[in-house]
Design a protein around this ligand. Structure first.
Ligand code: 5GP
Length: 134
């Protein structure tokens, strides 16, 4: 089934577009956490980040720098969070890859964070397992 962001990409649903290139579209979030909250999405249809081609990933990285820079200039907010949710448990609601750029004007606005830190007991093994999966 087509996601709401695919419909935006296809022009079936309107958006406030801020940036577009061959691989990426960026537009304002419809329910912003703060003024300037922007979504940056690949044109490639994929639900999670790890499913993207490296070409899409590289284009997204480049667009994130460009659009963040423009948001800082346009809003005056020098602080901001980049958020990218993959999967329902991780808080993803729209199942088309997207990065949030969320300006932070004050401690109380924008993205709220709860950082559940723990410790790593098997760091050497775990790092090797991830390296071997690359
Ligand atoms: P997620 O929780 O999946 O990371 O975030 C989805 C985001 O998409 C939310 O911030 C939500 O406000 C935004 N969103 C959902 N539907 C639309 C829409 O139709 N247009 C726009 N511009 N944003 C949307």
């Amino acid at each position: 089934m087509s996601s709401i962001f695919k419909k935006i990409l296809d022009g079936e649903i309107p958006c406030h577009r801020v940036y577009e290139d061959d691989h990426v579209l960026a537009f304002l979030d419809v329910a912003p956490l703060s003024r300037g909250h922007t979504l940056v999405i690949p044109k490639q249809v994929a639900s999670s980040l790890h499913e993207l081609t490296e070409e899409s990933g590289a284009a997204l990285g480049s667009a994130l720098v460009k659009v963040s820079n423009a948001i800082v200039k346009a809003t005056g907010a020098t602080d901001y969070n980049i958020l990218q949710n993959n999967g329902k448990i991780a808080g993803q609601a729209v199942f088309h890859v997207h990065f949030h750029i969320i300006p932070k004007y004050d401690e109380g606005d924008g993205l709220g964070l709860i950082w559940n830190s723990s410790t790593v007991s098997d760091g050497e093994i775990l790092a090797k397992e991830i390296q071997q999966a690359l």
